[in-house]
Ligand binder design. Structure first.
Ligand code: TRP
Length: 457
């Protein structure tokens, strides 16, 4: 019989789950990572592949993840062990949970560093640092900032403490209210920014850049990166959505909720692109601005628009909140596991996990300045962690989740969880059994081929 509650607590309502999962999905991935990776791979073709991945791979895998979590009602490791046992399969399926923990630490470590940039930029915007500044001086400001390890460390530390505080108290309390108010506020502000960019930037050029696919610039690396971005942005493949699903009541409809969450996440990413690219072109910049893109581009607009100081401050505040509600979902799976298997208190588990991610984050932070010469496979630590987590571990985790939900879990179990219509169920089952695993496997395999060709293997 299905377990109906989790020892870690439950969402107070269906809305609470939607808010929490949207809070997890919408974050730096949409506003910071989507625009800069789009710029790296030439625009339209990348966006198209990303959208296809969200619809054909991301949504069915997100449904699978919520479903598995709700059936297991434990941390991803124990959920996978229990479900595999219930289906008479090998306990090795729990390795999926372990892989998720590794991915979670890698992501949280650099995520907190970038969230720290966002925190710092709240104060810069408020202090009027961008008012009337040229694109060059804004880029120079950013360069000086990330060149200073002590500053980065201070902000990274503050952000990690913020995350530990929330997770220690339990994800449900506090989260609901902040997402309910702040997420709509972020939407409104993004709309204002898009309106500004539409009237003051090169909007037509940006639209063409984002929506006219030019596949010559994409390549295997671009396809891999677009797929990785879909996983990253939807918080898939490492157990975050699984654990959030484990706190969801057995009555809620998984399909409908997942479509809403994925839709909102995608909308925020597109809006962020529409806010940023018109300014990129109007300022005579190229889209290959790298991971500093948002911090180099939006301040130009804040420096020129009416009430720019107010909008700029508000924007970075909201981005901090979006990052915060995402980061806590990266910490939750490992904390739940420490509570279940090690008998730790929530507080102790959160502090320990936070310290581990914080230490790992220092590697990322130093790779931006002091250790900029230290590379592994040609990448500094931050780029390496980002690449391995987003483009390898998350897709691999997602692939295994799809295979488990489509092939291992009995049909009776998945029909029971997904009380969608017959047609919707049939589509989901096809996607999760065939399309998603095959597509992910093909992309990963061709990426390995690419590495071989580069002689890196
Ligand atoms: N989706 C978040 C963002 O876009 C980041 C994130 C939170 C995440 N939890 C995750 C990414 C789990 C991958 C897996 O900012």
């Amino acid at each position: 019989m299905a377990v109906t509650t989790s020892i870690h607590g439950m969402w107070s309502s269906r809305l609470a789950f939607i808010l929490a999962a949207t809070g997890s999905a919408v974050g730096l991935g949409n506003v910071w990572r989507f625009p800069y990776t789009t710029g790296e791979y030439g625009g339209g073709a990348f966006v198209l592949v990303y959208l296809l991945c969200v619809a054909g791979i991301g949504i069915p895998i997100m449904m699978a993840e919520v479903m598995l979590g709700r059936r297991g009602r434990q941390s991803p490791i124990n959920t996978m062990r229990m479900l595999a046992k219930a289906e008479g399969r090998h306990p090795a399926w729990q390795l999926l949970g372990w892989m998720g923990i590794v991915a979670g630490f890698l992501i949280l470590s650099f995520y907190s560093v970038v969230a720290g940039w966002t925190l710092a930029y709240v104060f810069r915007a408020a202090g009027g640092a961008f008012t009337g500044a040229s694109a060059e001086s804004i880029a120079a400001q950013f360069g000086t900032f990330i060149g200073d390890p002590e500053r980065l460390l201070a902000w990274h530390t503050i952000f990690m403490v913020m995350c530990v505080l929330v997770v220690a108290r339990g994800v449900a309390s506090g989260l609901e209210r902040s997402v309910r108010v702040l997420m709509p506020a972020l939407f409104v502000l993004l709309f204002i920014l898009v309106a500004y960019s539409a009237t003051n930037g090169y909007f037509a050029q940006a639209l063409e850049y984002m929506f006219r696919p030019d596949f010559s610039k994409l390549g295997t690396a671009g396809v891999l990166s677009a797929m990785g971005q879909a996983f990253f942005s939807l918080s898939l493949g490492m157990g975050a959505i699984m654990i959030y699903g484990s706190y969801l009541s057995s009555q809620a409809s998984i399909g409908r909720n997942v479509v809403i969450i994925a839709g909102m996440d995608t909308l925020v990413a597109i809006l962020a692109g529409l806010a940023i690219f018109p300014i990129v072109f109007a300022s005579g910049l190229t889209p290959q601005l790298g991971s500093g893109m948002v911090f180099k581009v939006l301040p130009i607009a804040f420096g020129q628009m009416a009430f720019g100081q107010v909008f700029g401050t508000l924007f970075f505040v909201l981005l901090v909140f979006a990052a915060w509600t995402s980061a806590i979902s990266l910490l939750e799976p490992v904390v739940a596991w420490l509570v279940e298997n090690r008998g730790f208190s929530r507080v102790r588990a959160s502090v320990l996990a936070g310290i581990a991610a914080w230490l790992l984050g220092i590697l990322s932070l130093l790779s931006l300045n002091v250790w900029s010469g230290v590379t592994v496979f040609g990448l500094g630590f931050m780029d390496l962690f980002e690449f391995v987590a987003a483009n390898v571990l998350l897709p691999l985790g997602g692939l295994l989740i799809a295979v488990f939900a489509g092939w291992v879990l009995s049909r009776a179990a998945s029909t029971d969880e997904l009380d969608t219509g017959r047609k919707a169920y049939a589509i989901w089952r096809f996607l999760v059994r065939y399309l998603a695993p095959v597509a992910v496997a093909v992309v990963l395999a061709s990426a390995v081929g690419l590495l071989k060709a580069l002689g890196l293997e």
